[in-house]
Design a protein around this ligand. Sequence first.
Ligand code: ADP
Ligand code: MG
Length: 171
Amino acid sequence: PPFPIALIGPVQKGFGRGGKDLGCPTANLPDESITPISTVAKTGVYYGYAQVVPPTEEVAKFRPQDLKVLPMVMSLGWNPFYKNKVLTAEIHLIHDFERDFYGHELRAVVLGYIRPELDYISRGKLLPILPTAMTDALIEDIEVDKRVALNCLQRPGYQKFEKDAHFAHTD
Ligand code: ADP
Ligand code: MG
């Protein structure tokens, strides 16, 4: 795929597929804004950088560290809510936010592919009744994805994307 792929759009409400319960909230991008990556059409988990860009009047509600360009993992998958006919991109920023940022602009640069989507991702709302061993496996995989992302982004060639013109200047 032609990395880097730049994405931009307002963060939408998802369908509560258990992101926060797993300690892994994912910011959903609207369909229109994922066209650049949907043409690549390979579902799975990606890594890169992302940045929350609130409107000027909302900036003061965030700490400076929340508005930096941050490492992220992104899941690109067929959305079960639309009978698996619509692709959805969900971005988890590797950072602890104090508050939500629904409606705010999210900018992202996708830099590489980590792994294909696994079956348990599509089981969606069944999560509460799954055996804990399975939920643990899912959490473990997400933790591995985050470590892979952070390691990949250490490579010297990638540092420049943190300063990409696609992102807003914060300092
Ligand atoms: P939804 O189904 O609405 O996407 P989630 O449980 O996935 O619900 O939570 C996603 C929301 O959590 C995001 O839209 C954002 O406002 C907030 N959020 C807080 N911390 C993060 C983070 N580190 N990465 C992504 N989103 C986060
Ligand atoms: Mg989500």
